[in-house]
Design a protein around this ligand. Sequence first.
Ligand SMILES: C[S@@+](CC[C@H](N)C(=O)[O-])C[C@H]1O[C@@H](n2cnc3c(N)ncnc32)[C@H](O)[C@@H]1O
Length: 110
Amino acid sequence: MTMLQNPEEFSQLLELYKQAKPKKVLEIGVKFGGTLRQWIDNSEPGTTIVAVDDCRQVDYRLTNQSYAELKEINLIFIKGDSHSESVINLVNHHGPMILYSLMAIILMKV
Ligand SMILES: C[S@@+](CC[C@H](N)C(=O)[O-])C[C@H]1O[C@@H](n2cnc3c(N)ncnc32)[C@H](O)[C@@H]1O
């Protein structure tokens, strides 16, 4: 699955992710789902991942949704601009955010 990140930078972020073991995760900017697949692969069962993107691609959604179900990850897609009030309200519905990290991923450890 295509990931649009600098591999070295991303590996550092992934290490932080593995250490934090967040139970609630927000990714803003999913595109083809490359980084999303990494969050799914490195999350424990029961984790909720909220994925926000303003583009119209849907194929990655179908692929990742069934994959996440197999891994017992609760994957929620929200289509829209992360700055919009409606998207913010939907995201807030899934839990508070307490840690903000780089590259448009927010880890929520609650
Ligand atoms: C570089 S791609 C993300 C790549 C993905 N994280 C990966 O590496 O596999 C950026 C995506 O973020 C989306 N995007 C940018 N700003 C956004 C915003 N404010 N709200 C929602 N989506 C946004 C773009 O439409 C695009 O699909």
